[in-house]
Design a protein around this ligand. Structure first.
Ligand code: CTP
Length: 404
């Protein structure tokens, strides 16, 4: 799973996982693991159809508890298993959902354990179907899907492509990452709802000739974690991403750029409408004066001199036109004098907050899953954070910025 989807710390929250009869049922085990990695407590119900593909025992072994059996199971621990998820869990996710289960849920048929649990579930419900493309296209399935949307289900997928039976089309089970995020969003505080956030992330590439460019090893992870954390908390997020190959949930608007000047254009256009700006990109401060649009050929003489020209400072330019009510968060990647440099950049770029790290220290900086941060707020607040996952750093940074 991609690092910017690995949010954890949902302790005390519970999710009920419903699994139905589909060849994709085994992927529900990956979803279960991902939910447990997020520190969630997970219970599960498999329909008799699901049991044909995977066994409840596998879910138990991976940590689901309880795993409910059929509706009229003499061995059941409680006669009210059909009501328990509704009383205990914060969200319910049905993944994969078959055409039959969708029909049951759309029409309110309580003829199996999972359907009864869904009927009695008052909280947020997420559904991710998986079936053959012809079954997916059937008018009855389309109508049921629409009805489930109108009933308030969060609908994830289905994806398009090859399906198990050899057909091609829509009906593939969505990526587990996408389903996980939909669940996490359903149980996250929506304290950034109504805020427009623009985040720059990743490296920039400054081309020199037809085949070469100047860049840096930024993976974009820190900025991606910030974008996804804001999205989970209800913000309207626009990510301006340098070339980093990361994917984002469908609810995040992404503008892909290459060079610093393209990133500057995209961020400057988005900024006037935004409430919060966050520049985490590792922008190349200089770009090589282009050799031309041909490939540079070896000259045979020793050495090569390349000239550079200055790129725009995106964060500084946003700070210059910052309006009352807008908040701006910057980063400082340092190898020495971390605090003094961070304080200087906070002031010089007209920021509300800056998160600084020593990129030369272990576990911090480019390409890592973790960061050790010094955070300075314009009010004078200063905090040193220990080595944390970048998802946690992102969550805390928004907490800290919203304290105002
Ligand atoms: N930044 C930017 N545009 C640039 C350079 C930096 O938006 N051309 C942003 C970064 O995204 C980061 C902050 O400015 O949020 C600080 O970046 P950093 O590389 O630490 O500092 P610089 O201002 O580039 O200064 P120096 O490289 O001299 O430390």
């Amino acid at each position: 799973m991609q690092r910017h989807y690995q949010f954890a710390g949902f302790m005390g929250k519970r999710v009920h996982l419903g699994v139905t009869g589909s060849i994709a049922a085994y992927k529900a085990l990956d979803l279960l693991r991902a939910l447990i990695r997020a520190d969630l407590q997970v219970s599960a119900t498999l329909t008799p159809g699901a049991e044909e593909f995977v066994r409840g025992l596998a879910f138990e072994a991976l940590g689901a508890s309880p795993v409910y059996g059929p509706m009229f199971d003499a061995r059941a621990e409680s006669p009210f298993g059909h009501l328990e998820p509704g009383q205990l869990a914060d969200a319910m996710v049905i993944a994969p959902a078959s055409a039959t289960t969708m029909a049951r849920l759309a029409f309110g048929l309580g003829d199996d354990m999972l359907a009864c649990q869904a009927l009695a579930f008052p909280g947020p419900k997420i559904i991710a179907p998986a079936m053959n493309p012809k079954m997916w296209e059937a008018p009855a399935t389309r109508r049921n899907w629409e009805m489930l949307g109108e009933m308030g289900y969060t609908r994830v997928g289905p994806d398009s492509g090859h399906v198990a039976c050899g057909d091609t089309g829509s009906g593939r089970f969505a990526q587990v990452d996408e389903i996980l995020l939909a669940v996490l969003k359903a149980i996250s505080p929506q304290d950034m709802a109504g805020r427009k956030v623009v985040v720059t992330l990743g490296p920039t590439r400054e081309s020199w000739d037809a085949v070469r460019f100047w860049s840096n090893p930024s993976s974009g992870t820190m900025g991606a974690c910030l974008a996804v954390a804001a999205y989970l908390r209800g913000a309207d997020v626009h990510a301006v991403a340098g070339p980093c190959g990361l994917t984002f949930p469908a609810g995040i608007r992404v503008t892909n750029v290459n060079s610093a000047r393209e990133m500057y254009e995209a961020a400057s256009e988005a900024w006037p409408d935004a409430d919060i700006g966050c520049c985490s990109a590792a922008v190349a401060d200089y770009r090589p004066v282009p050799f031309g649009d041909q490939k540079f050929k070896k000259t045979g003489t020793d050495g090569l001199t390349v000239q550079f020209e200055t790129n725009p400072d995106i964060l500084k330019s946003l700070g210059k036109v910052k309006k009352a009510g807008q908040m701006l968060l910057g980063f400082a990647a340092e190898t020495a004098n971390v605090e003094a440099e961070a304080a200087r950049k906070l002031e010089a770029k007209n920021l509300d907050m800056i998160a600084a790290n020593d990129v030369s220290s272990d576990g911090s900086g480019f390409g890592t899953a973790t960061n050790r941060m010094l955070v300075l707020h314009r009010s004078g607040r200063k905090e040193h954070w220990p080595l944390l996952s970048k998802t946690e750093v992102a969550w805390r940074l928004w907490d800290h910025l919203l304290l105002d």
